[in-house]
Unconditional design. Structure first.
Length: 546
């Protein structure tokens, strides 16, 4: 394939990476809108994340299950190109379902909110297929030794989508930035703010999904991505994952039952609130306990367990679960936090620049983390590690300013960027030290946020995006170390653990309903603590084997 063809094909591929970031980050603004429109508590609003990220887990699990039954890798049989096309079509169907779901829905209509969640679940299922196919597909578009360059480029585009998403969704839902001081409750009551805006958003999104699918399907420059790689089954691992899934279904069935029969504006009783909290904790324990128990059993008899017989992989699955959970939970609960008097009593529209800056923190970190793959000289690398983060920071500020938002109050975030730069210098591009340092910095930031209020706490919580930025590749590198022929299967198991974005945010949301949103960020503190522990423990174990 020529270089020109490679560039054209890679440009086509990066569109799906942008979609993932745009929709995922845009959901954080969308859930604030739904909370007011459907009169939801914080836990209910977090079901948007539950439906979206839960779909990733279900989609990846179903693909693994059907591949196990067929004893062949279904994605390889379809071809990676077709896998992306099918995923885009499925997401477009979800966008169409969203348009239908909100048609004629009145404020407080909880049944309509159920259809909204179903629509987002379908969009997430499509993203699950795209995610499974797109990463290995990027490695096919040119020389293998430059595959990491292409993945970092795609990751940068994904981060650009997460930065732009909250801004665009805010402008579509609430109008121009000049209306940032509107009261959503008043606008809904007057009939000025309706679900028609949501329809416009998903008409555009659905159209883009279909256009991208057509671009992939009709492009002659894209390889099919079919392969006949050996498929390694893991029947016991599949049974364990299905058991975890069924237990989660039972637990959340009883969670949702607590809301049945509530009238408009009626609140849950104190006992129901506590029941939901404990059930949510039970869901978390099912995932954690189920995976650890599986690994314990696999150590005694590893036949049929596949990649799950490796402790670094199982601990890595929990790390991905925790990482995605904390990354999503910080920002998805941020809107409720910023509405509190101690944090500025902001409107939903005023919150958008903060959410954009949070996701921008991930872009800043990923752009900085990509420097090493271009092999600059040591001196140039040091210069770039200081320059690139602030260039990325400037991009985030510029995007918000161009959109009409005030950005001067965000300048103080430059201090947080300096702390991240120091973390990169100390980590020296090594996965374990970098992950441990960023985990410790994440814990420190959350504690500062918990013991303070106002701007200090806000920027401490926002800096969580900076410290989450490079965790995904670091966790993957440590988790897949030494897996040999089970590396591909282990990667699939890790992708399943995006489930953390479905479990942890609602848990924090319900804790926030009971003890206060500010105090609920203790959940994020514990998540970062586990990530720091994972980096230390797994690296220690791997070194002892060498």
């Amino acid at each position: 394939m020529s270089t020109k063809s490679n560039q054209s094909a890679l440009f086509t591929l990066t569109t799906v990476f942008f979609f993932w970031g745009f929709i995922a980050a845009g959901n954080s603004v969308f859930l604030g809108f739904c909370k007011e429109y459907f009169s939801l508590d914080q836990f209910q609003s977090q079901l948007i994340e539950f439906a979206f990220y839960g779909a990733y887990f279900i989609g990846a699990l179903m693909l693994f299950m059907f591949s196990s039954i067929a004893k062949t890798d279904i994605m390889n049989k379809w071809g990676l190109k077709n896998g992306i096309v099918y995923g885009l079509i499925l997401s477009a169907f979800g966008a169409g379902a969203m348009i239908t779901a909100v048609t004629g829905a009145e404020p407080g209509d909880s049944s309509a909110f159920g259809f909204v969640l179903g629509s987002l679940f379908i969009v997430g299922l499509g993203f699950s297929l795209q995610q499974t196919a797109a990463n290995p597909f990027a490695l096919l578009l040119g020389e293998p030794e430059k595959g990491s360059h292409r993945l970092n480029l795609a990751g940068g585009v994904n981060s650009l989508g997460t930065t732009i998403g909250p801004i665009i969704v805010t402008l579509i839902l609430f109008g121009t930035a000049a209306k940032a001081d509107i009261s959503i409750e008043e606008e809904i009551a007057k009939g000025n703010l309706t679900l028609a805006q949501v329809q416009y958003l998903y008409m555009a999104v659905g159209g883009l999904f279909i256009a991208a699918a057509g671009l992939f399907f009709f492009s002659k420059k894209l390889p099919s991505g079919k392969a006949d790689s050996e498929f390694h089954g893991a029947k016991k691992a599949m049974v364990a994952l299905l058991t975890i899934t069924m237990l989660l279904v039972v637990i959340f069935f009883f969670v949702f039952r607590q809301y049945l029969g509530l009238g408009e504006g009626e609140k849950l009783s104190a006992s129901s609130e506590m029941s939901i909290l404990w059930l949510s904790f039970a869901g978390l324990l099912v995932v954690v306990g189920g995976l650890l128990l599986s690994n314990m059993i696999a150590k005694k008899s590893n036949d049929g367990w596949g990649a799950m017989k490796y402790p670094q992989l199982v601990l890595g699955m929990l790390a991905i679960f925790t990482y995605v959970g904390v990354e999503v939970s910080i920002q998805s609960n941020l809107g409720a936090l910023l509405k509190l008097p101690d944090f500025g009593a902001m409107s939903d529209a005023q919150i958008a620049p903060y959410i954009s800056m949070y996701w921008g923190g991930l872009m800043i970190g990923r752009w900085t983390g990509a420097i090493a793959v271009f092999n600059p000289s040591n001196q140039m690398k040091k210069i770039l590690m200081i320059l690139v983060p602030y260039v990325a920071f400037g991009v985030v500020l510029s995007l918000n300013f161009i959109s009409g938002f005030k950005v001067t109050h965000l300048f103080v975030f430059a201090i947080c960027v300096a702390v991240q730069i120091a973390g990169f210098f100390i980590g020296k591009d090594r996965p374990a030290p970098t992950l441990k340092i960023f985990g410790i910095l994440g814990v420190s930031a959350m504690i500062i946020g918990l013991v303070t209020t106002g701007e200090v706490a806000i920027f401490a919580f926002l800096s969580g995006g900076l410290f989450c930025s490079i965790m995904w590749p670091s966790i993957f590198a440590l988790s897949l170390n030494g897996l040999g022929k089970f590396t591909s299967q282990g990667s699939a198991f890790l992708v399943m653990m995006i489930l953390g974005g479905a479990i942890i945010p609602p848990l924090q949301g319900k804790l926030g309903d009971i003890i206060g949103m500010h105090s609920s960020y203790i959940v994020c503190t514990l998540c970062f603590a586990y990530l720091a522990f994972f980096a230390w423990y797994v690296n220690k174990k791997l070194q002892s084997k060498t």
